[in-house]
Design a protein around this ligand. Sequence first.
Ligand SMILES: [Ca+2]
Length: 336
Amino acid sequence: MALVSEFLGQLSLNIGTESKYPTVVPALDFDPDRDASRIETAIKTKGVDEQTIIDILTKRTYSQRREIAFAYEKRAKKDMITALKGALSGSLEAVILGLMKSPVQYDASVIRGSIQGLGTDEDTLIELLCSRSNTELMEIKSVYKELFKKDLEKDVAGDTSGNFAKLLLALVQTKRAEPSAIVDFEKIDSDARALYEAGVKRKGTDVNTWISIMSERSVPHLRKVFERYRSYSPYDMQESIVKEVKGDLQNAFLVLVRCIENKQQYFATRLQEAMKGKGAKEKMLTRVIVSRCEVDLKKICAEFKANSGQSLQQAITEHTKGDYQKALLSICGPEQ
Ligand SMILES: [Ca+2]
């Protein structure tokens, strides 16, 4: 056992560079029975004691919340998620129920929501499929099948078309190489040249070449490819995408490249988009904060402040209100 965990520890040191910046961390002195009993009382309280529910569930990790739900079911003889659904409403309900899902279940549900029904929410679909790692996408595919008895690839193919569909499907097929300890300068150079020759250098765009390079190479390799790209092209990769392709395809390539270059900065700009003007796009705000809080939200906070000059906590205070605001601020934790 010790050997396995040492090995896993090493593995995450090498590849899990984004999983080390959570704002939600395991609560110390954790007692699931005590938490379950407090939540039971809070739900039963006339008018519902939202504050207690927020205080507990936003300060526990997903695995701790699962334990609380078990303890709750044992004592109340009821499912805790169903009880929370009945007690809460609106944006606060969306945050708390989001926290009760595992990150992979949450992502799978968001994807399902974006392709279900009439029309497609391309913007959300792009965010999810272009920002998740290969390993995450593999897990999402299997959980998607488990939850909805549907094949993610078929659903994506059925709801999108043309080169945009090709790009998303290539990502869902999860063919991306794992990072290698050896830096292959020749391949970096040939990929950079191929991207240039397939786009800026020729008339039209050979989208298939772009797709295969950007969906099959490892992230550290691609970072070097995009640097090298500048020695061939007068425009950087993002500028080239804007010049070469349009619409959803352009948006998807851009998100992909931005996430390869700096994923936390991408999410920081998403949060800025969600809080432009008066009020907030609450779905987008909730989604980014809930899905990243155990991954890299702390780093996203730093990027947000660097980009906008204002802390994420200040922005949330300005653009949201009530229990929803309290829940988001509690998940983000104090300003660093
Ligand atoms: Ca061209």
